[in-house]
Design a protein around this ligand. Sequence first.
Ligand code: PLP
Length: 397
Amino acid sequence: MNGRLDLLAAYPFERLARLKSGITPPPDLPHIAMSIGEPKHAPPPFVIEALRRELAKLDSYPVTAGLPQVRASFAAWLERRFKVNVSPDTMVLPVNGTREALFSFVQAIVSTSGMPSKPAVAMPNPFYQIYEGAALLAGAEPVFLNTTAGNRFQPDLDSVPAEVWKRCEILFLCSPGNPTGAVLSLEFLRHALKLAEKYDFVVASDECYAELYRDESAPPPSLLQAAVANGNTSYERCMVFHSLSKRSSVPGLRSGFVAGDPALIKPYLLYRTYHGCAMPVPTQLASIAAWDDDAHAAANRALYREKYRRVIPILAPVLDVVEPDGAFYLWTDVQRDDETFTRDLYATQNLTILPGSYLARDTRAGNPGRQRVRISLVAPVEECVIAAQRIRTFLAQ
Ligand SMILES: Cc1ncc(COP(=O)(O)O)c(C=O)c1O
């Protein structure tokens, strides 16, 4: 057995299932799940239709690099959304959702051989659990950069000692952030890239919520834009991760792509060829339909805004809730133990949310998820409103 598997922590949803076990919630209240970050909006019919139309193409093996037309579609979307120029031939690759890509990219990039000290992979804390698991299985040390209300949920890159940056091989960033919803500014991203250049590490920017944001006039920037602003037009040391799961509400399609430095794309393609994770051709063709259309993504964004508009006034008298800059979560300070809060809410209201401490790790400065909960606004708007009313009732008891 690979001994590194023993290093992996229980996944948050396993811990949540344990927390809820043995409790019987009131049977007259239908269960509402606000724990998982799985979009529930209807997928765009034209994407499903494209998939159906192309199913006969399951008759051939797909190539790992993807069809030229899907790569062209990724590059065209990046150009429209971020005004960046990306070569479809050398700077993009399809991936089967960003989850597997975030994991496999680390396995392909981290080098443990011939290093004088243990390599480090830095990441925000709280974070998407894959970053840590990927680092551990690659033999690297995860380094946690706490994001708190005190630093406006932006990792404090300047507090990291030079000794750590020297060992750092990958810095993960997530913008808009899961669970905080914070958006990293262009200036922040430019600074991260300057550090990457100084200490020679790669910035892996998880941008899978890039299309879900509050202010239509201020879409979240990409690391690729920061590279261009720094004069780095070949995206050295940059890798960005994009997904259709949230943008187009098709988490089951397993479709995303990576884009960035051709000197990273090339070895990563080799890795993926051996790993055997090419995207099926019908999925590629349905993905083109989704990436080529921006109207459905705007409509999807509007649905999430409507939920914040309806839910926040209900919760604001009892909880400190603000609409985040992006994503679809409330990352709320509940000013009491987050596990107890989650358990009691389930026990009395049949409503499941996620304790914040499950999404973060203990550090010398504490666990930045403690006393916070993550509430996912994925259910239909009326269900979110009922959930908010139940939380209010719970807090009034
Ligand atoms: C921050 C973040 N990154 C990546 C993913 C993975 O998404 P997918 O594999 O569906 O692209 C998720 C899913 O919840 C996420 O929250």
